[in-house]
Design a binder for this molecule. Sequence first.
Ligand code: ATP
Length: 261
Amino acid sequence: MTMESIISIKGLRKSYGTKEVLKGINIEVNRGEVIGYIGANGAGKSTTVKIMLGLVTDFEGEINILGQDIRSGDISYKSKIGYVPETAEIYENLTAKEYLTFIGELYGMDYTQVDEKAMKLMDLFGIGDVYNSRISSFSKGMKQKTLIISALINDPDILFLDEPLTGIDANSVMVFKEVLERLAKEGKTIFYSSHIMEVVEKLSSRIILLNDGQIVADGNIDELKNTSMASSLENIFNQLTGFNDHEDIAEKIVAVIKGVE
Ligand code: ATP
């Protein structure tokens, strides 16, 4: 199979004020890869994703998505992207039907087609009964499922998922994981950012670990386990982010809680 470059990031740097968040990142992603993009809180994962989506525009470096330079002014690549953001900005006053048909129409879909598709997906994700209810009345997980559906509605070539499983119940997590595996097999490219290491380990064909604004590991789970001599992704993460004092920190936290320190 010939490799088709879907995402190409070269020399990406980004600062907020005097703080350099991304310090020269290079990533090449080919069609069908499922990238698990991991790193500690504040490492710069969401910033990378927001830059690729054109939501953050002042950066240094070169980014091509689906062969298109994202700074060229041509935003047609965005119609082939689905995005589940870390924090949901969802139109609470709309019903799921109104919201999803609105998103579908933004992607250029026909109203009847998107309405039917949205209803079917809501049903399959177990929330078909609230299709006509306002999103403000939804539970956290129901809102998250609606966001996931909105990211899938246009059958995108690339999916950017930033902690997509937050608030989703265990049964639906199984369904969603299976959906992602099947989409990847069909040639979709998935860029998945999460702190749930078991899921990242299971789903990703390749894992990229960001630490202090730089990539410190890039490979499939077996390669990473071999090079770091670690048994799990959690251990690799601890090792490469220089963290081995969880017991000590926990002991101090408990002492503070109990007022003995
Ligand atoms: P988390 O795992 O906690 O979601 P992350 O790896 O996604 O973290 P980012 O959200 O990319 O991290 O943030 C990286 C750094 O950039 C953090 O230090 C954060 O404070 C800073 N940052 C992000 N957005 C802004 C902003 N709009 N203005 C100033 N600083 C920002």
